[in-house]
Design a protein around this ligand. Structure first.
Ligand code: SF4
Length: 139
């Protein structure tokens, strides 16, 4: 089922796609793949695996300049309205690899980031907090 911002504000359901690119992706998987089903249900989060079904893109891990076009293409496949949560220092700023020639220094250079979750890595609960913050923002 595809839902929209309006649905999130009224029925509390939203589709979320995890684009895990490095270590932070494991923490996001722990948050989204069934370890905390009651918290996901309370937030109305419905994890999906196709960009065409997702209204929230979670980018977690180190984004290299080579991978950045894939991240952008994934975002562009998503239906409107669409939102981005950046998870972890690497996705937010380049993190420990900020001075690497091959690492993108924050996906906000390429995409509109609505919520940035700090940490290296953030705990799974931090993503849930980020989803709750986005929920408050759009509803
Ligand atoms: S922020 Fe830390 S834990 Fe997350 S992908 Fe980068 S190095 Fe790994």
């Amino acid at each position: 089922m595809t839902v929209s911002t309006l649905d999130w504000g009224t029925t509390y359901r939203v589709t979320v796609l995890d684009l895990g690119l490095a270590c932070c992706g494991v923490e996001v998987m722990a948050a989204l793949e069934g370890h905390r089903p009651e918290q996901l249900a309370a937030l109305g989060v419905d994890p999906v695996h196709a960009a065409g079904e997702a209204h929230v893109l979670v980018v977690s891990g180190t984004v290299t300049d080579v991978m950045l076009p894939v991240v952008i293409a994934t975002y562009q496949e998503m239906p409107e309205p669409r939102y981005v949560i950046s998870v972890g220092a690497c996705s937010n700023t380049g993190g420990p690899y900020w001075d690497s020639y091959s690492v993108t220094k924050g996906i906000d250079q390429a995409l509109p980031v609505h919520v940035a979750v700090p940490g290296c890595p953030p705990r799974p609960e931090a993503l849930l907090d980020g989803l709750a913050a986005l929920h408050r923002m759009v509803s």
